[in-house]
Design a protein around this ligand. Structure first.
Ligand code: C2E
Ligand code: MG
Ligand code: MG
Length: 744
């Protein structure tokens, strides 16, 4: 190889060669065998940042870093038609240029030169990158990936092609607020802060773009007035410029915005503009795809006419409810509704009117039932609902409520019509635990209603119809009794087992109905709890008992304390402490003269309000007693945590005390617990002297039962106390109230 400097090409030839390339953006260089520049055109010289003249004789490697001699050799040997080589040229100013190079050998004046033709291909590289991005995102949409991950992928690909950019997509909701859905490189705190932000004429880049329905390019967030209201977010953001483009759906609605954030102020370069041009349709496709998917789902699971769940969704949900009910052993009901004579309405008023009746029926059912249960349109004029955790009486109440809601007059095309409906009720588990069976049974009940003249509700079994009819009769009688002072209180003394007399009385409610006769509390208290009357009953009992105690105290009757039963449900619905406080003040009673008997169910309640109420009552000085102790629950932890002062040993343990060693052991244990915790123990249902002796010997404090007396009306109790008082032994301090109690 010769090392002599490249011989210059004759000036004219050179001029001709160079003229050929003038005005193009092609670089051309002629090299000698040692890869030194013989001639270069202006374009190439421009890329290297030197004059054409200064290039002559320069080794190519010093000008184009990527091109070594071996590289050049390979280029020379290659077929220029098929294998262009790419290289990157770093110009003096540091900028890069991606070029495609071809080498051609030429002979000049007996010497072999190499012509290098360099074609800038930045545009093509960028176009290929954008193509790749599009392909990848479209594939992800086609594979049915969730919208969030499709858009996340899109952002990440954009950020990989434009490393100085952070990308985001915000959904624009129908109510004019935004919901971020992708923004993988933006700070999470900033993205969170955008949730629910309204769009508007000065709502940053994205909110304004959505508002204007046109791209908004903010080149300096710190000063642009569009960002004035969002400047407080800047410390979270750490970005200086933001260019946002609205995504407009086929129907003309702005459904999202696509934004590029820049770390430095300034506007977006052309490549980024081309990328955004490609990304906006991609976002639109992804969003449309998502909208189609949810529409398909809606059509598959919801009735298009009424918007209610269809039979399919109803089956899914009802089966879930049934499984849950079986697991927690809670009863419930399935209701089947059929609009009476719907066919006639349809035929006489037309299908549009029929549709309106169905829509209105659906709306009313949904409004009555709310979110607590599933209502569905099974088809035609048939609707269904599953009511979890509901008793037969509650199911009948619900059915009647719904029937009345549907019966309210309805205006359709200027006409007022009334719709009656027939409802069949199947109960679970008793009428079936499988959905199909329940639906069938509810259907039979519903046909029975139709046969009997329509416009009513019925249970599947006739026995249940009788039971519920009876209970509903009892319920209305109880309502009347409560309103018309048909309830009374009887009082049963709690007697000290040391023989020193009466420690107090328990108020027990009595109901003597003109038709039903004497109804025992065990029957009507449960009913009252079911139909929501218990609060009113217990309130009446508390008021009456307090008034009675105050009267006795005025009259010097030796009743130191009044015990009143309070249902667990009352704690849920009423402010018991406030009621008690009012009554204590009204009747000038000492709080310690009142004791509330509650069951373990109340003590174990996980209702925060109940626990707070119990503590408040205790702080007021009111005593608490655990009624029916030993039945039901085994957890005793609450005795330590809650302010209890008395345990009532349930009468079921007392009645066989003499015969059953196990009951004796249990009584001993309860008395032991009471003593250990400093609580008074009262035995309920004491009927024989033998029971009394056993309890006294075991250390029980008090007894209550027929051995002394059954619960008596107030005046009879006073007479009873008068008679008994003579046999009581030494008085205890507690029963001397204002000197009124005379010891025997
Ligand atoms: P309880 O609070 O455990 O009341 C004791 C029950 O045992 C009373 O039944 C009483 O009459 C009965 N009893 C008393 N001594 C004997 C006896 O020696 N042998 C037998 N076998 N029984 C005896 P009653 O009055 O029928 O009340 C039943 C339940 O109804 C009460 O049990 C209480 O849980 C509830 N109750 C009564 N009145 C009210 C009230 O005003 N409000 C609420 N929420 N529940 C009440
Ligand atoms: Mg009681
Ligand atoms: Mg009891």
């Amino acid at each position: 190889m010769s090392s002599e400097p490249a011989t210059p090409i004759a000036a004219l030839e050179a001029q001709l060669l160079l003229d050929t390339f003038r005005g193009t953006d092609l670089g051309a260089v002629w090299l000698d065998a040692d890869a030194r520049v013989v001639l270069a055109n202006e374009c190439f010289a421009g890329w290297t940042g030197r004059d054409v003249a200064a290039l002559s004789g320069q080794p190519l490697a010093t000008l184009v870093g990527d091109l070594s001699l071996e590289h050049l050799d390979a280029l020379r040997r290659a077929d220029p038609a098929t294998t262009p080589t790419r290289l990157s040229l770093r110009a003096r100013d540091g900028s890069h240029r991606v070029l495609e190079v071809r080498a051609h050998p030429v002979t000049h004046a007996g010497r072999t030169l190499t012509t290098l033709l360099l074609v800038p291909i930045a545009d093509r590289v960028e176009a290929e990158a954008i193509d790749g991005l599009q392909r990848e995102v479209l594939e992800s949409i086609a594979l049915g990936r969730p919208l969030r991950s499709v858009l996340d992928l899109l952002c990440r690909r954009v950020e990989a092609l434009a490393p100085d950019v952070a990308c985001s997509v915000l959904l624009v909701e129908k109510n004019g607020t935004v919901t971020p859905i992708a923004g993988p490189s933006l700070p999470a705190a900033y993205v969170d802060a955008l949730h629910g932000a309204p769009i508007g004429p000065r709502a940053g880049s994205c909110g304004t773009a959505a508002w204007r329905r046109a791209a908004v390019e903010v080149t300096d967030i710190a000063t642009d007035p569009l960002w004035a209201d969002y400047r407080s977010l800047l410390p979270l953001l750490d970005m200086a410029a933001c260019w946002s483009t609205p995504i407009i759906a086929g129907n003309g609605e702005v459904v999202a915005t696509f934004a590029l954030y820049y770390r430095a102020p300034g506007s977006a370069p052309p490549f980024h503009r081309r990328m955004v041009e490609a990304c906006v349709p991609l976002c639109r496709v992804a969003l449309q795809h998502e909208a189609n998917r949810s529409e398909i789902e809606r059509l598959a699971y919801f009735d298009p006419l009424t918007g209610l769940p269809n039979r399919r969704l109803f089956s899914d949900r009802a089966r879930q409810t049934l499984q849950m009910a079986a697991r927690i052993q809670a009863p419930g009901a399935l209701l089947l509704f059929d609009i009476d004579r719907f066919k006639t309405t349809n035929d006489s008023l037309g299908h549009a009117a029929g549709d309106e009746v169905l829509r209105e029926t659906a709306r009313r059912l949904q409004a009555e039932i709310g979110d607590s249960a599933t209502v569905a349109r099974l088809g035609g004029d048939e609707f269904a609902a599953v009511l979890p955790r509901c008793s037969p009486v509650e199911a009948m109440h619900a059915a009647e409520r719904l029937r009345h809601a549907l019966a309210a007059p309805l205006r359709i095309s200027g006409m007022q019509i009334e719709v009656s409906s027939s409802i069949g009720i199947a109960l679970f588990p008793q009428d079936g635990v499988e959905l199909d069976r329940l639906v069938k049974n509810a259907e039979m009940a519903m046909y029975e209603v139709k046969r009997a003249g329509r416009g009513a509700s019925r249970f599947f079994t006739s026995m249940m119809n009788d039971v519920v009819a009876q209970r509903m009769q009892m319920e209305s009688a109880l309502r009347q009794a409560l309103a018309a002072r048909g309830l009374a209180l009887h009082y049963q003394p709690k007697m000290r087992l040391d023989g020193s007399g009466c420690a107090g009385v328990e108020a027990l409610v009595r109901w003597n109905d003109p038709v039903l006769g004497h109804v025992p509390p065990d029957r009507f208290i449960a009913l009252a709890e079911e139909c929501g009357l218990i609060g009113a009953i217990d309130a009446w009992v508390l008021e009456t008992a307090c008034a009675q105690l105050a009267a006795w105290q005025r009259d010097g009757v030796p009743v130191p304390r009044m015990s009143v039963n309070v249902s667990p449900l009352r704690f849920h619905s009423d402010d018991v402490p406030a009621h008690v406080r009012r009554l204590l003040v009204l009747h000038e009673l000492k709080p310690s003269a009142l004791m509330l008997e509650v069951t373990e169910r109340v003590m174990l309640s996980d209702d925060e309000r109940t626990r707070v109420d119990l503590r408040t009552l205790n702080e007021m000085g009111v005593r608490l007693s655990v009624d029916d102790f030993g039945t039901g629950y085994s957890s005793l932890g609450y005795l330590k945590r809650l302010p209890v002062s008395e345990l009532k040993l349930d009468k079921s343990f007392v009645c066989d005390l003499e015969a059953e060693a196990s009951d004796r052991a249990l009584a001993d244990a309860v008395i032991g617990i009471g003593q250990a915790l400093g609580l008074q123990v009262v035995a309920e249902g004491v009927e024989t002297p033998g029971q009394r002796e056993l309890l006294a010997r075991a250390g029980c404090d008090m007894a209550q039962g027929f051995l002394y007396t059954r619960a008596l009306p107030a005046d009879e109790l006073v007479a009873w106390l008068e008679r008994e008082r003579g046999s009581w032994t030494a008085p205890r301090l507690e029963s001397i109230r204002g000197g009124r109690s005379r010891a025997a």
